[in-house]
Write a protein that binds this ligand. Sequence first.
Ligand code: FE
Length: 219
Amino acid sequence: MLCEEQKMSKAVETIAVARETVRLDRLRDFVLAFGRLVDRQPTESELLKEGAALLQELVATDDWLPAKYAEPAPDRYRQYLLHEDGAERFSVVSFVWGPRQTTPIHDHTTWGLIGMLRGAELEQHYVRRPDGTLTEDGEPHRVSVGAIDAVSPKIGDLHRVSNAYDDRTSISIHVYGGNIGGIERSVYERDGTSKRFISGYSNEDIPNIWDRSKLSVGA
Ligand code: FE
């Protein structure tokens, strides 16, 4: 027989386990499916189309991202690596925006897919004028939960992204055609001048999506 105190602590334990149950199997299934897509060596437009469908499925449910990769920072946005393909053909990243946080104008030098998991982003595309300066390419557009966006040197690679909210965290999941934290790319001023940078990542360790014995929990 359990005394009241033991019953209570058992109940608290059960709630804690339920809260910690994250559906990492969704992330694992996504990276496996994305790997199979990349294996087929599709054209970029095929890859962006089919990859967008996979990413849309991933961000349709918000129960798989562990809390430590969803943590904002007060000073600037965070970029957590969630998975790196073994041959660095693609990487999966969570972009975590604190209120009002924004990027400089930047490029990627490879294709990228952006899927909104929580909150919303404002994305402003830029193009280069003949005189070398940068100008807005249309109005900023809002990317809301469940929506997918794409960038690449072929379809437009220069943009600035901001959290659409000034009072809450927003999170988007990105997939890039390479190890995005290790790729040399550039940030830009409106006058067209640029500075090279390698973004790196905000985390030292990545989620263990491969322990299938644990990932069945809550599935
Ligand atoms: Fe970007």
